[in-house]
Design a protein around this ligand. Structure first.
Ligand code: 1PR
Length: 526
């Protein structure tokens, strides 16, 4: 029996699903005594350090946790569950950590995107049974803006490099904790969890060069989901956002089945977009929550869900806020939520009033679940203009002139699945959303969507250079070379595609095999 400490933030379901997939029963901590009585305790954490410590204190968990840690029984902390073991964090000055290990949690101050998000390697500092069965070159999934600076080198189990060498796992006796998410790290992560559950021999891993812990560029499979004309939930795919063919919604498969296929083929993440979420309230759209629940039972890489994340008032006047919608998604197995139309409305409001309200979906969700859990999905369309000062927007000079020879363009944000253009450009939108607390940008492009002509590199370059959070390039992938182009000609951290994967034009494994040796990717896949 494994006891899981769920203090109410983020995706605990994935950890539970991963443990169950390894044949173990799980029960949750509901009272302080449950910690005292646990035989094997897992503490997964996502969200913010200060909020986590306040909740632990409020529920009376701090002393039982410290007693458990000192008792010599097995403990595994994950992500914030690692950071909690130290004395404090720059994320929440004045808020004490558990102080079980000496050291402090620091913010990344590096010349690359923060959060550190994606697949990276580990370098073992000592033998450990946790690493049994690994070869040493595996990549694991990280998502964090703060890292542990340990005051005791003897407890450091592994380190990882991201502009700075940081502690990616610690171990002392039966107490272990990892910065990465084993439950989201595919087969390698499941192996580590299995080792924790099983008590294996401690291997000495071969030495790994610092360059091998370089962050991998992510390949993401995207599933646009909606009900078809018969009312069944299907994966569909548009051409420049038009998902109908001969009047009917295209049906390219079943969401859970396709997600599982992409996981097995080596996708680094799966994104579901409920593309009619802007008009149907998602909490009424239970099938989508069910899709997430079922997917998270079988797919052990990060899951993002978008569509309809906004405040909503029911016909009978009941009000739901975006945070409630997002919480349902996290509880159902999502690691991140993606906000589209509402982000445009929020940015319009911020620009109009000259500052944030503090109440927007981006702000409220990132405050509780952390910025890494908030993705902004932008649906821009290219608008040509004759000169850079023709519009009060961020204009770029383009190598692909417009129909009348225009050498300049801007990227207009749209809402409601591209149906409505707004007076905000994609670069400004990304920048303001980052200031509000967003952790990642999913950058679509209506002109390229479904065309297989390659990503709009000019758009991606302009947005990526304007923000310090990771950018996912999307729309237009038609072959493996397009992924190489986007990773070598822009600083995008990830590339997402839909059509070529759904239609088996190119497989995810094929893309990765092509990229291997040219840019860092997660490889091997299993
Ligand atoms: O506005 O918060 O409710 O979110 C709605 C979400 O649904 C947004 O993220 C929006 O991008 C998405 N969406 C709405 N309508 C469509 C549509 O296609 N009619 N999908 C749609 C657009 C594009 C990508 C696509 C890539 C790659 N999403 O999902 O997967 O362009 O395609 P490709 O590789 O085949 O070129 P809200």
């Amino acid at each position: 029996m494994v006891t899981v400490l769920d203090y109410g933030a983020g995706n605990v379901r994935s950890v539970v699903n991963a443990i169950r997939s390894l044949g173990r029963d799980v029960r949750f901590v509901e009272r302080p005594e449950d910690i005292v009585q646990a035989e094997r305790l897992v503490f997964p954490g996502v969200g913010a350090f200060g909020e986590m410590m306040r909740v632990l204190r409020h529920r009376g968990y701090v002393d039982p946790l410290l007693a458990y840690l000192r008792s010599g029984r097995p403990f595994l902390g994950i992500c914030l569950g690692l950071q909690a073991l130290f004395e404090g964090s720059e994320e929440a000055p004045g808020e004490d950590g558990l102080g079980f290990f000496p050291g402090i949690v620091r913010r990344f101050r590096v010349d690359r995107a923060v959060p550190h998000m994606g697949w990276n390697g580990i370098r073992a500092r000592k033998p450990s049974s946790l690493l049994h069965g690994l070869k040493g070159d595996e990549k694991l999934y990280f998502v964090h803006s703060y890292y542990v600076d340990s005051g005791d080198p003897s407890v450091v189990l592994t380190v990882t490099d991201y502009g700075v060498e940081f502690v990616s796992a610690v171990e002392k006796g039966q107490v272990a904790a990892v910065q990465f998410h084993p439950e989201k790290s595919g087969p390698a992560g499941l192996k580590i969890l299995e080792n924790f559950l099983g008590g294996q021999a401690a291997p000495v891993l071969p030495p790994v060069a610092a360059s091998q812990t370089e962050l991998a560029r992510r390949i993401i499979a995207c599933l646009d989901v909606r009900a078809n004309d018969q009312g069944d939930l299907v994966v569909t795919k548009g051409d420049q956002y038009d998902v109908r063919e001969e009047g009917r919604v295209r049906n390219l498969g079943k969401p859970v089945e396709l997600a599982r296929r992409y996981y097995e083929e080596g996708a680094d993440e799966i994104t579901f977009l409920n593309i009619t979420g802007f008009r149907d309230f998602p909490l009424k759209d239970m099938p989508m929550l069910e899709v997430l629940r079922r997917t998270s039972e079988e797919v052990f890489v990060p899951l993002t869900i978008g569509g309809g994340i906004r405040d909503y008032t029911d016909k009978d006047g009941t009000r739901y806020d975006a945070l409630q919608v997002a919480s349902q998604y996290f509880r159902s197995g999502a690691d991140k939520v993606s906000i589209g139309s509402d982000a445009v409305a929020v940015v319009e409001e911020v620009l109009k009033r000259g500052g944030p309200t503090g109440r927007s979906a981006i702000e409220t969700i990132s405050r509780v679940y952390g910025s890494q859990a908030v993705v902004i999905s932008i649906d821009p369309r290219r608008v040509y203009v004759p000169s850079p000062d023709a519009v009060p927007h961020r204009v770029i000079e383009t190598a692909f002139p417009g129909p009348n020879g225009e050498r300049f363009c801007w990227y207009q944000c749209t809402v409601k699945g591209g149906r409505e253009g707004r007076d905000v450009d994609a670069v400004t939108l990304a920048r303001v959303c980052q200031q509000l607390g967003a952790g990642e940008i999913l950058l679509n492009c209506i002109d390229r969507d479904g065309t297989n002509q390659g990503f709009d590199l000019e758009l991606i370059h302009a947005v990526r250079e304007a923000v310090t959070i990771p950018v996912i390039a999307s729309s237009g992938a038609g072959c493996a070379q397009h992924f190489l182009d986007v990773f070598t000609k822009t600083r995008a951290e990830a590339a997402l595609a839909a059509g070529i994967f759904h239609r088996r034009k190119v497989g995810i494994g094929e893309v990765k095999a092509f990229l291997k040796g040219k840019v860092p990717v997660r490889w091997p896949l299993t």
